[in-house]
Design a protein around this ligand. Sequence first.
Ligand SMILES: NC(=O)c1ccc[n+]([C@@H]2O[C@H](COP(=O)([O-])OP(=O)(O)OC[C@H]3O[C@@H](n4cnc5c(N)ncnc54)[C@H](O)[C@@H]3O)[C@@H](O)[C@H]2O)c1
Length: 436
Amino acid sequence: MEISIFGLGYVGTVCGACLAKSGHRIVGVDVSDHKVELINSGRAPIVEAGLPELIAEVVEAGRLSASQDSMSAVLETEVSIVCVGTPSRDDGSLDTRYLEQVCHEIGTALKEKADYHLVVIRSTILPGAVMEVLLPILERESGKKAGVDFGLAMNPEFLRESTAIADFYEPEMTVIGEFDKRSGDILENLYAGIEAPIVRQSIEVAEMIKYTCNVWHATKVSFANEIGSIAKAVGVDGRTVMKIVCEDKKLNISSYYMRPGFAFGGSCLPKDVRALTHLGRHLDVEMPLLDSLMESNKSHITKGYKLISSFGKKKIGFFGISFKAGTDDLRESPLVDLVEKLYGKGYQIKIYDKNVDYARLHGANRDYIEYVIPHVSNLLNSDMSAVIDHAEIIVIGNPAEEFKTLVQQQYPDKIVVDLVGFMEGTTDAFQNGICW
Ligand SMILES: NC(=O)c1ccc[n+]([C@@H]2O[C@H](COP(=O)([O-])OP(=O)(O)OC[C@H]3O[C@@H](n4cnc5c(N)ncnc54)[C@H](O)[C@@H]3O)[C@@H](O)[C@H]2O)c1
């Protein structure tokens, strides 16, 4: 394909050189005449392993050149990939002025172009910005319609500087946020030679994925540093600890727990977070990330309360009250907190939870249920259909299989608040979950 790449920084240069190596014809566009000259003389404008050789090869082969003429670059190519910088402003907000400028230039050129053209945003940009900021510029300047005269896609970049070329050829995945199918098809075709799963989604999902990845990486670094600091303060080598922690691929380094839903709880997580952060404070260790965990968790219980109270109904049926399915353990269940909050405000609550009910009648947990939370115990009901009949709002509290039917059987007169994610994929679910 004939491709123009806007912005010859780390992303644009690597992307351009690699696509040229794959056989495409690339013209790079940059406002810096120095970078344009370097590329045209076969030299790399950035320091990156393997890049000087690659640039020399593809420039020599006539498949990569650079220019400052954005009009010709758009007119002479089928696809424009935008890789300009999106730096932070002083207040932390994202500065999109270079992107806006490039979209202005591409839009102006599209006005002169009869053929269809695909615009791909590869720069990192906040969710909503492509559709709300860049698309209007492209349409206004070109006088054309996205999805008809030109295509639009968001294709976040995941390369790491220093291993950027290898990351280009061996990404974990290629994320394509597409305005329409035609745009996604063209972009998917561009990556045909790369062995990695292609994920096709909306533009907003693609934008959000990029930020989620980077913020997750930042969270991992901060977490490891804070754990290392506490470990050091007690005379333990945090590197050994983290290395062994990472060996557990079931709970630790896995998708487990990585799902928006409801607050954590149970007899271990809250207690242990509190104990370790207490120790850290005692040892004078700064650990703002770990210190924020209980506060973050509490905010989700408050969110649950706000959502339920927002419907203006008083009769609530809880399905599941223990912190996870298959246990009768109610210690520090966030659902108990939620029930207590609602009960205190006069909501009429009935609770169905097979395991907890059994424990109340027979189990070892009976004392806890009867003496520590007697008010909650009185709300338990063994008859699931009685709780359904009572409820104006059905709250699914834990993912017991039997609660799936509550979602499948649509009750036209009831509101379902799903705290666990059974309703995934439906529009209602999107509104009646608290973190999704
Ligand atoms: N560097 C990385 O490792 C990395 C990885 C993934 C994503 N990203 C994202 O990719 C984007 C680009 O990052 P980068 O590190 O390559 O930036 P960079 O600052 O290295 O390069 C940006 C280039 O854009 C050029 N530019 C600015 N305005 C222009 C215009 N109007 N026309 C043409 N060129 C113009 C600049 O001269 C510069 O050469 C950013 O949004 C960044 O967040 C970067």
